[in-house]
Write a protein that binds this ligand. Structure first.
Ligand SMILES: Nc1ncnc2c1ncn2[C@@H]1O[C@H](COP(=O)(O)OP(=O)(O)OP(=O)(O)O)[C@@H](O)[C@H]1O
Ligand SMILES: [Mg+2]
Length: 332
């Protein structure tokens, strides 16, 4: 069933070591706009890079749990993981003032593991449908008796994911990919605070591209507030954050003669010219049938073994995206 190109077998991890220390890069996949492909991008980047030999951890921060259900059957999630092995356990522990190390929440989706047959590592921290209420509860932790206390609480809540990830030894993973929900609530902000990079998938249409500026402004203002508070935090040392915008990745591109159709090409050019952000040269092609079916298999589309011409065309595109992404973050 597995049919992959040989060249990919030869591109192994370039031992991601800087000055003798392993580096675990953390990337948030984010856009306010729903349905632009955040989960699809997370799934397929993770799958492709694991195939190339990298060690990947995916974190599902969206209460819709689409990433989770792209790897885990809903009945397994309910029976095996929903009570004590989802990201909600980490936030619940914060609310309860107890601990819940992220390492205890990690699982290895079986169907994907089988297809990877020993290559790389593809782990997941599941989401929970109840995560939708967590934002409101976290908001209650933000107040304080005085300004100083409020700022310390702000840092503590927003560092939840960053602190959790900092406890995972950096040689365990080359890359952590965080699939964010389509909002800018506290849980999403914990992803940005934890991240080295943010990746912004979008569709080539007016409404989808409209929100990119707004997203960047909100990220900048979060980073500014956070760093102000971190500098003032005399209680304990709190590192400043500097998540870099990796760029905009276009999804659902329709091609004619191997190029995006004119209207979509225009949107891509517009974002390139106006956003001030890097726009990926590679993009994800649109194919409703193939993408709609993929999550049910429990294996990222890019790793499924279909051999038809249409499928290959889509997979070639995903592989190019993964290569450009890996290059951007210094993985190759
Ligand atoms: N390139 C594509 N071609 C066709 N359909 C696609 C493509 N990419 C994603 N889809 C479909 O579009 C829908 C939305 O994709 P996805 O769930 O990845 O977006 P999202 O940004 O994560 O959404 P949400 O904001 O709800 O989390 C899904 O049904 C998916 O199968
Ligand atoms: Mg999603």
């Amino acid at each position: 069933m597995l049919k992959k190109k040989n060249w990919r077998d030869m591109i192994g991890p370039s031992a991601w070591v800087i000055d003798g220390a392993f580096v675990m890069h953390i990337v948030s996949v984010i856009n306010y706009k729903g349905g632009v492909g955040k989960t699809t991008v997370t799934t397929n980047l993770a799958g492709e890079l694991a195939w190339r030999g990298y060690k990947i951890l995916m974190i599902d921060l969206d209460p819709q749990a689409s990433l989770t259900f792209s790897f885990i059957r809903p009945e397994d999630w309910k029976n095996l993981f929903s009570d004590n092995k989802t990201i909600k356990n980490s936030f619940d522990a914060l609310l309860a003032g107890t601990s819940s190390p992220l390492a205890n929440l990690i699982l290895e989706p079986k169907r994907a593991k089988t297809v990877l047959s020993g290559r790389g590592k593809l782990d997941l921290i599941c989401s929970h449908l109840g995560l939708i209420n967590v934002d409101l509860e976290l908001a209650t932790l933000l107040g304080g008796a005085n300004m100083k206390q409020s700022k310390q609480n702000f840092l503590k809540v927003h560092r939840r994911l960053a602190d959790g990830l900092s406890q995972i030894p950096s040689d365990q993973y080359d890359l952590v990919l965080i699939d964010c929900p389509p909002n800018f609530n506290i849980v999403t902000k914990t992803a940005i605070v934890a991240s080295d990079f943010i990746l912004i998938p979008t569709r080539p249409d007016y409404l989808s591209t409209l929100g990119i500026d707004y997203l960047i402004k909100n990220v900048s203002s979060l980073v500014e507030d956070y760093n102000d508070y971190a500098q003032e935090n005399t209680g304990s040392y709190t590192p400043e954050i500097q998540p870099a915008a990796l760029g905009v990745l276009f999804n659902m591109i329709q091609e004619r003669s191997d190029d995006p159709i004119r209207t979509q090409h225009n949107y891509m050019q517009q974002v390139r010219a106006q956003s001030g952000l890097n726009v990926f040269d590679s993009y994800i092609k649109r194919n409703d049938t193939i993408f709609a079916r993929a999550p049910e298999t429990g294996v990222p589309l890019v790793l499924n073994g279909y051999t038809s011409g249409t499928y290959k065309n889509v997979v070639d595109g995903l592989e190019e995206v993964a290569s450009e992404f890996a290059n951007q973050i210094g993985l190759i």
